[in-house]
Design a protein around this ligand. Structure first.
Ligand SMILES: [Zn+2]
Length: 109
């Protein structure tokens, strides 16, 4: 099962909403109110990580970000251009499936 930690110091330090590390989602905000879109977004990153492995995923993520920054793109533009982010932002509005809720350890309604 995927581990989800709320109110975590690490994303707060990085000034982001959440960080995904292997099978663990670290979220800056508390667990309430429930943010399905954020969980779905991070879950998509977990699927990407499972596909190619965490080391390759992280390396490609940073490579794409730094390449854009070296071309003079702003932090925000470079971030939104990372292929992994493009996919996650495209699919994050899709509701969590029952299987995904189970993986995240959420109550089944
Ligand atoms: Zn993301």
């Amino acid at each position: 099962m995927i581990e989800v930690k709320y109110n975590h110091w690490y994303p707060k330090l990085l000034r982001v909403n959440a960080v995904t590390k292997k099978e663990c989602i670290l979220i800056a905000s508390p667990s309430e109110p429930f943010d399905e879109v954020l969980l779905k977004h991070e879950l998509i990153h977990i699927y990407q990580i499972r596909k190619i492995g965490y080391v390759k995923w992280k390396a490609r993520y940073l490579k794409e970000y730094l390449a854009a920054r070296l071309k003079g793109k702003s932090h925000a533009t470079a971030y939104y251009q990372i292929s992994f982010e493009v996919e996650a932002f495209t699919k994050e509005e899709e509701p969590l499936t029952e299987k995904e809720k189970q993986e995240l350890g959420l109550e089944i309604s």
